[in-house]
Design a protein around this ligand. Structure first.
Ligand SMILES: Nc1ncnc2c1ncn2[C@@H]1O[C@H](COP(=O)(O)OP(=O)(O)OP(=O)(O)O)[C@@H](O)[C@H]1O
Length: 705
């Protein structure tokens, strides 16, 4: 690895080396202690198990009970010891990466070391390492020295920050140490950003920037909305914020965070970040999959890549329908439909059982439209059905009692006069049977009350004779309004990534279904697949306590790449962090054969430049498939033609809309020459996927064969 100057005065360096040695020594002892503890827990379990088996040799139920309980205890103690061992093993290589010196009012200067996990010397109670998520660790991520504050459980604490020091420690050795007055940045950040990406998104705790840290540590309550340019760290921020919130509100949030991303490929791409920060127990999904399972809809639906393809290829009808279904007017129309459904779904009428009126039309209307207005409509109908069933039962009991009474009197009379009573029994049975048949008939008149179907109410909104992706959020919203939709788990914090694609109805449906008031919403309004207004820009009409953030600085790409990508933006341009790289290369309007050769050649050049992952990004699926057919004769490239594909390997070809949120060391934009200004957003998405090198190749008049 690259060595940095160890630029401290000799005496300070000696002190730092000594501290590192102390901490590493302590970690190793802790590893030993925990390994023994693990062994001990294990042995105890084995011993105990043997004893139990002997004792309950003949009682299978007891044995099963025991194993259920034992498995639980075993899992709990094992989990915690194992988790700690994993953390300690990681700390043994890089125990910390930062230090901050500060003085509280009237107190001595003190210093704390910041690492991925906390560590306390159990004898002296000295905090050897402070977890980066602890409130006091925020001092390390502040933009400057001097007066500042951090949030403690009992309120803000004012401090004077006197020094901020960064360390590069690998394999328990000190490779670099710097004092930085301003943001955590400079050489370490540039070094991190200059390295190759790897196949999955990584954590950024060593180099979180102040503007990012503010969002990560913003308070739990309310809705944080981040609109940021490509590469500004939105996904990273959302995930680090999740880890931060879990650490500081574990009881409330454990297993109660839901992260929704755009597709499964993206979810897989970000899957490592939270575990690498020591956090699990978070629910992940895509909006589509979650919604379809809540809708319990298994019919055909035009969605995913087919739908996106149709949109970007300019299918006017589909675009218009999509725009319509994203609009505020459409939400209004759905509300009206709820209203119409409530008033017309059932006929308000008298319901009788023989001569008994179980409910008159007026009461039925009152129950369905007024008394239980706070409940979803079909829930009210279920309630109505239960009320009717109860009244029917009561009426039946009265009748039944009357039958019993009638025959009892008859029996007495016949007995007194010495008549044969066998006949009355049959008559009684027939009467009861008749009564039950009438009850059943009466029940049939309101049996269907509990079977309301939201889908019927949605039918008038179907534009085509099939459903499309644009119908999913409205259907979910409508189902929720009519039936009340419930998630199978509790959500206390909701994270939405790539949220520029969400319509008002998405936000409303999610808010109401989860009942969640704490959210982190991130997206880039410049990366919408179908250009238009994104409600993400102002969510105050949907949520309370909205705190918007705007990020313009990008960390992903070189200066040259960002400068190039800015061409495709009219406003809100990216502010590049100055990290220079190779110039962007363009080969415009070449013949197809030459283009294929150029792509293969560029991949080879990228390899020579030590780039690991390379993405060949096209505009649509047809170009992707055809180019893949031509390219695979020359290079081994993986075709990504489904949003559920797995990113295996290191050279891919895919349409740009799949690459949203992903990144590659080198990117080749490969497309037909068209000069269509409408495509600038797609170009922006393509260009901003690249970290180190970017090449654009356009080919003339493509006649694929
Ligand atoms: N403070 C940071 N230190 C180091 N790397 C960072 C930092 N912030 C962001 N990055 C890196 O920049 C890249 C972009 O981050 P991320 O994917 O989170 O951005 P994004 O805003 O979600 O991008 P997109 O809009 O393209 O989805 C990642 O490689 C990430 O690791």
């Amino acid at each position: 690895m690259k060595e940095f100057n160890l630029e401290l005065p000799q005496n300070e360096l000696v002190l730092e080396e000594a501290y590192l040695a102390r901490v590493i020594g302590y970690i190793q002892e802790e590893i030993l202690r925990n390994t023994q503890k693990k062994r001990q827990v294990y042995d105890e379990i084995i011993e105990y198990r043997k004893g139990q088996l002997d004792e309950y040799r003949s009682d299978e139920d007891k044995q099963i009970d025991y194993f259920d309980h034992e498995r639980y205890v075993q899992e709990e103690s094992f989990k915690s010891v194992e988790k700690r061992l994993t953390e300690l093993t990681e700390l043994a290589g890089t125990p910390y990466f930062g230090k901050v010196l500060f003085r509280e009012k009237g107190a001595e200067e003190e210093g704390i070391y910041i690492g991925k996990y906390g560590l306390v010397d159990e004898e002296s109670y000295d905090p050897l390492i402070i977890d980066w998520r602890a409130p006091i660790a925020s001092l390390f991520y502040k933009g400057s020295l001097g007066r500042d504050k951090y949030q403690a459980p009992l309120g803000d604490v004012e401090v004077d920050i006197t020094k901020r020091r960064q360390f590069l420690i690998r394999d328990a050795e000190l490779h670099g140490v710097f004092d930085t007055e301003s943001d955590v940045r400079d050489e370490i950040l540039l070094e991190v950003l200059s390295s190759n990406v790897g196949k999955k998104l990584k954590d950024i705790i060593m180099t979180i920037q102040e503007e990012q840290d503010k969002i990560i540590r913003d308070r739990r309550e309310g809705v944080v909305v981040v609109n940021g340019v490509a590469g500004s760290g939105k996904t990273s921020i959302a995930l680090h914020r999740t880890a931060y919130l879990l650490y500081n509100h574990r009881k409330l949030l454990e297993n109660k965070v839901l992260i929704l991303g755009p597709n499964n490929m993206f979810m897989d791409y970000i899957a490592q970040v939270l575990p690498s920060l020591g956090e699990g127990g978070v629910h992940n999904n895509t909006f589509k999959d979650l919604a379809l399972s809540l809708l319990n809809y298994h019919g055909p639906i035009f969605m995913g890549e087919d739908y996106t393809e149709a949109l970007i290829s300019g299918d006017e009808e589909l675009m218009e329908d999509t725009r319509k279904k994203r609009s505020a007017a459409f939400q209004e129309a759905l509300e009206q439909q709820v209203d119409i459904t409530e008033r017309t779904y059932f006929e308000f009428r008298e319901i009788r059982f023989q001569e008994v009126v179980l409910m008159d039309a007026e009461e039925m209307e009152r129950i369905l439209l007024r008394d239980f207005k706070h409940m979803p409509f079909f829930k009210r109908a279920e309630r109505l059905k239960r009320m009717l069933a109860k009244r029917l039962k009561d009426a039946r009991d009265v009748k039944r009692l009357a039958i019993d009474k009638k025959y009892e009197e008859l029996r007495k009379k016949m007995k007194a006069s010495g008549e044969d009573t066998s006949e009355w029994r049959n008559m009684r049975r027939t009467d009861i049977r008749r009564l039950m048949a009438q009850v059943s008939l009466a029940r049939d008149t309101f049996r269907e009350f509990a079977q309301g179907d939201y889908f019927n109410a949605y039918v008038p909104f179907k534009t085509f004779d099939f459903l499309t992706e644009a119908d999913i959020a409205p259907m979910l919203y409508l189902k929720h309004r009519l039936h009340g939709v419930k998630l199978p788990f509790t959500v206390q914090h909701l994270v939405l990534d790539e949220a520029q694609e969400y319509s008002l109805l998405h936000f409303k449906a999610l808010k109401e279904i989860t009942g969640c008031t704490s959210m982190t919403i991130v997206g880039d309004v410049n990366q919408m697949i179908l250009a238009g207004e994104s409600p993400m820009k102002d969510l105050s009409s949907v949520f309370d306590q909205v705190r918007p953030y705007h990020l313009t600085r990008s960390y992903r790409s070189t200066f040259e790449i960002m400068d190039f990508a800015n061409r495709f933006l009219k406003e809100n341009k990216i502010v590049p962090l100055v990290r220079n790289g190779k110039p962007v290369t363009e080969h415009l309007e070449v013949d197809l054969d030459a283009a294929v050769d150029l792509i293969a050649q560029t991949v080879e050049n990228y390899r020579r430049d030590n780039l690991d992952t390379v993405g060949i990004l096209t505009r649509d699926m047809e170009t992707t498939r055809q180019l893949h057919r031509l390219l695979r004769k020359k290079i081994n490239v993986k075709l990504i033609d489904s949003e559920d594909a797995l990113l295996k390997g290191d050279l891919y070809i895919m349409p740009a809309y799949f690459a949203k949120g992903l990144e590659f060391d080198g990117v080749i934009m490969a497309e037909k020459a068209s000069g269509d200004a409408e495509e600038s957003l797609i170009h922006y998405i393509m260009a901003t996927r690249a970290l180190h090198e970017l090449t654009r190749i356009t080919f003339r008049d493509l006649h694929f064969y």
